[in-house]
Structure formats: C-alpha cells, structure tokens
Design a protein around this ligand. Structure first.
Ligand SMILES: C[S@@+](CC[C@H](N)C(=O)[O-])C[C@H]1O[C@@H](n2cnc3c(N)ncnc32)[C@H](O)[C@@H]1O
Length: 286
C-alpha cells in the first residue's frame, strides 16, 4: 500500500493503518474507513485527498490520537466529527440528537417526487432536520415545517435550520397535536419516527449515543407510526401525500395499519437502498 509513497505519506498510512487495527480490535464495523475519516478531518481534507496529504503536525497528531481513542470506546464517528452527511447536506449532530441514516435518503426521494410546486410540507419527528432541510434545500419552492418534541433534539434542529438560512420553520411540539392551524391544508407529511420494537439489542454506538426517545416505538415498534398516521390524516388535504419510515420487519404491518382506517388510498410499501422494507406511502382519501 505504501510502496512508492514519499516518506511523509508512508508515515501517514502507517499511522492510519495502526489506528484501523485498534478500531477493528474494539469491534468498530468499518475500522479502515473511520480511521481515514478521522485522519482527513484532522488534516482539514476530504478523505479522497488523503493520497496527496502531508504527515500530521504535532497538534494534528495529538488530535487524531485522541479521536481514535474516542472511537475505540465506540463513540459514533459522527459525534467525533461533529457532523453527519445526509444527501447534499452536512448536519451538525452530537449528544441529544439522532444521527441521520442513509436509509432515510430514499424516503426523501419519494417526497420530492410527490411534492408539487409550492407544496406545504410537514416533517414530524424531525430530529436534526435531515428530512425537512433536505426538502427545503432541494426544492426551494416548497414551504417546510419541522416538528420535534424533545428539547435536546430541538436545539440541534434549530441550529441546523438557522445554518441553512431559516428555510424551514421549526416547532417544539408533539407530533400528535402539532400545527393544528394547518389542519386539512398540508400537501405532504414526511416522518421518520422512533420505530424499534422493545427488546432489540443494539450496537454500542446506537444504545449509548442515540437518544432513547428517538429509537423506541413501544412493544411492537409501531406506537409512533400510529401517532404519525393519525396526525397526518388530520393535517393533510384530500389527495395529500404521506411517507413514514418504519422498521425493516414492518413491511406488512405498517401498510396494514394505514389500510385499517378509511383515511388512506394508494398505500404502498418501499425498500431502502439495501433492499429492505423501509417506508410506507399513501394518499389522504378525499
Ligand atoms: C428516528 S429519529 C428521526 C430524526 C430525523 N427525522 C431523521 O430522520 O434523522 C425520531 C425523532 O422523533 C422525535 N420524537 C419522538 N416522539 C416524538 C413526538 N411524539 N413528537 C415529535 N417528535 C418526536 C425524537 O426526539 C427523534 O428526534
């Protein structure tokens, strides 16, 4: 790997390799990737630019070593870096907010396809604002509201929304009764609610760092899917579009839950990019 590199480059890759071995020993699922991301972060570069990077300064090396030690303790990479990528955005994340996952990016594609010019869009259970801010970023013609109940998560949402220039209106509220003034007028409701069934065992990064309020959806994992679908039935105009992310074991249950009411038509379930059932869409019956 290092053959033919300048000495500084060889030294850099040796240090990254050592870090990757340490992370692998700690059970980190993607040790090489994470070691490279941390090195690139400390050098102020994108990971793809590491091939041409110099060795660390003394200060950068100390920072890198400290960050690797944190990752060894299974602190999420995104918390250490302070940001998480989501579609075209880099969102600020840290303690108190759910780290946005790539699986959710596919739900945004469905929402963008359904949102007509000038659409009024509501993101229920917004967390860092990944869904709401992506929609506002990629479709600046839409009017987007983001609802989050948890105060710690809301602080991150407000911070990300402010950094994006205030394109999304943020609301500290419970999804169940939020935005009553918009009842019957909303064009699109999108949501990635907490949806894990009780009793699942989780990776250390998730169990110790994602807030419990962002993860658990009651005994069957569907409590908040029920809350969100009821709230969406209240908010949406006839023909309005709903998209709710769900656990990959709920590809049958989540659509059935919508079909059990007379609120919805065109109910369909969709896979994420890994091919697993991930979100349900429907239209508000008229
Ligand atoms: C799985 S996280 C999703 C965050 C973000 N939408 C995303 O995709 O990254 C679920 C979020 O719902 C919030 N939440 C839980 N119960 C809620 C409720 N009743 N009303 C509003 N937000 C709620 C949690 O605090 C958490 O931020």
């Amino acid at each position: 790997m290092t053959a033919g590199f300048a000495p500084a480059q060889s030294a850099l890759w040796a240090v990254i390799g050592d870090a990757a071995v340490r992370l692998a020993g700690a059970g980190v699922p993607s040790p090489r990737h994470d070691a490279e991301e941390l090195a690139a972060h400390c050098l102020g570069l994108r990971r793809a630019r590491l091939q041409a990077a110099p060795f660390f300064s003394a200060e950068q090396f100390a920072t890198f070593s400290a960050m690797v030690a944190r990752r060894e303790l299974r602190e999420p990479l995104q918390h250490i870096l302070g940001t998480a990528p989501f579609r075209h955005l880099e969102l600020a994340v840290g303690p108190g907010v759910f780290i946005p996952r790539p699986e959710t990016e596919v739900l945004v594609d469905a929402v963008l396809a359904a949102a007509t010019q000038g659409a009024l869009v509501v993101d229920l259970c917004a967390g860092s604002g990944a869904i709401a801010l992506s929609i506002a970023h990629e479709r600046p013609d839409t009017v987007v509201h983001a609802v989050e109940r948890d105060e710690a998560a809301f602080a991150w949402l407000a911070r990300n929304a402010a950094a994006a220039g205030g394109t999304v209106s943020v609301h500290l509220a419970d999804a169940a009764d939020a935005l009553a003034a918009l009842d019957g007028a909303v064009d699109v409701v999108a949501s990635n609610p907490p949806y894990l069934p009780d009793g699942l065992s989780l990776e250390p990064e998730v169990a110790a760092f994602d807030p419990a309020v962002a993860l658990w959806g009651g005994t069957d994992g569907l409590d908040m899917v029920r809350v969100v679908s009821a709230a969406a039935a209240r908010l949406l105009r006839p023909g309005g579009f709903l998209a709710i992310e769900h656990d990959d074991t709920h590809g049958v249950e989540a659509p059935a839950l919508l079909a059990a009411t007379d609120h919805w038509t065109d109910i369909a379930d969709h896979n994420d990019f890994t091919g697993r059932p991930r979100f349900v869409t429907a239209r508000r019956a008229g």
